[in-house]
Design a protein around this ligand. Structure first.
Ligand code: FAD
Length: 371
């Protein structure tokens, strides 16, 4: 593998690098390099695993909707697991939050208002008097993140792609009309195109390549698992309050994942949860739901990485030949992954699928280069 030549080098094997590698491998020789021992160790392995079509800005929503069919009916052989399992998502509003809930309904798709009594029929733990209004997104679904991620990696390998783990790109240099990527293990990869799919490290990788940063901000988000007994939560929808101070969703049938929906600016590293964030999330959730929490079984944190305008950043850098960005996936990297891979393959190949053409301008990295 040392000193090998490829058509594309993808840096980072989280969900974003994996979908890019899978799609690009159909027509190109692709090397996927990953710093860690296991692909998916960082943000990809730490998500809430939900598909919500009204989440994020217009670019994320379009890519989420364009990913639905793939997740619902993946290509034969992609995975034996069910990738997309209907769950539903409920939004609760207190009196002060009701205007936000009404604003969310405008221009949304698949959201319907239900009475608070109906909401309490679905989730009897909702405290009487907490909510004045409720909305449900029936199509929201649980995602099998590991199966989706492994499916993309399998496609990449099946098409002859190379994956190098424990291989941090430590030198990224433009030499003689192409890119040279040298890894921490000493291997050298050459290709005319390099795809930066390094998540929270996106600007670090750009810096190695001498490319100006786009201003990515990794934001810490915390989650924990509790035992909600005696409630039977298996069929509960995911739940949010409109104040963005908590959300929760059933996990492994009998448990509840709770998050304070925190967004704390951080640096790219192996982020760990802070006890205070876990406590804040549980406290906020308990104001809405009558659930006793005796013990936190497990907690974790991950970095959701945003660009300055919170839009995704997908496309060639206008100032660096062959340097392609695919970063800024924020809180939607899993649910947008099938369409993002397709978009990247289309942009690299110069022919974008018609259903994704409207997204190209929204995600263009050039928007951060204009004065
Ligand atoms: C608590 C939480 C809940 C979430 N919930 C959801 C959800 O419900 N639905 C959803 O769609 N999304 C959700 N997300 C967001 C989603 O997880 C991310 O958008 C997605 O995982 C980002 O994927 P990525 O591949 O960009 O990043 P990562 O998975 O972090 O992958 C980047 C990879 O690049 C590698 N790397 C970095 N630098 C180098 C280098 N120099 N050389 C080689 N490799 C390098 C890293 O080791 C890493 O493996 C959530 C995130 C969190 C934290």
């Amino acid at each position: 593998m040392e000193n090998a030549s490829f058509d594309v080098i993808v840096i980072g094997a989280g969900i974003v690098g994996a979908t890019c590698a899978a799609q690009l491998s159909a027509t190109r020789r692709v090397a996927l390099v990953e710093a860690e021992e296991a692909a998916g160790y960082h943000t990809t392995g730490r998500s809430a695993a939900i598909w919500l079509q009204n989440y994020g800005l217009a670019d994320a929503q379009a890519l989420t909707r364009a990913s639905r069919d793939f997740l619902l009916t993946p290509p034969v052989g992609f995975s034996d697991a069910k990738l997309f399992a209907p769950r539903g998502a409920m939004y609760l509003a207190t009196a002060a939050q009701e205007p936000d809930l009404r604003a969310m309904l405008v221009g949304s798709q698949g959201l319907r208002e239900i009475s608070v009594a109906e909401a309490r029929g679905m989730v009897p733990a909702i405290r009487e008097g907490f909510a004045v209004a409720a909305v449900i997104e029936d199509e929201a679904a649980d995602l099998d993140v590991a199966a989706i991620h492994q499916g993309f990696l399998r496609v990449h390998r099946g098409l002859g792609g190379v994956m190098a783990l424990r291989s941090r790109a430590s030198r990224v240099e433009r030499v003689g009309g192409g890119w040279v990527v040298e890894t921490s293990g000493g291997a050298v990869f050459r290709a005319p195109v390099v795809v930066n799919a390094a998540g929270a490290w996106g600007d670090v990788v750009a810096g190695l390549a001498g490319v100006a940063p786009v201003g990515l901000v990794p934001m810490r988000r915390t989650a924990c698992i509790i035992d909600p007994k005696p409630w039977d939560v298996e069929r509960w929808p995911m739940m949010h309050d409109m104040g963005d101070s908590w959300y929760c969703r059933p996990d492994s049938r009998t448990r509840l994942m709770v998050s304070p929906a925190d967004e704390t600016p951080d640096t790219p590293h192996d982020v760990q949860p802070e006890e205070i964030d876990v406590a804040l999330g549980i406290d906020a959730m308990q104001q809405a739901l009558d659930i006793e929490v005796r013990r936190v079984e497990r907690s974790w944190a991950g970095l959701r990485t945003f660009s300055p305008d919170r839009g995704l950043v997908i496309g060639f850098d206008p100032g660096a030949d062959g340097f392609f960005w695919c970063v800024g996936q924020g809180g939607y990297g899993i649910q947008t992954s099938p369409a993002v891979g397709r978009l990247v393959a289309g942009l690299v190949g110069g022919r974008v699928d018609a259903d994704l053409a409207g997204v190209v301008g929204m995600v263009d990295p050039g928007r951060f280069r204009r004065i």
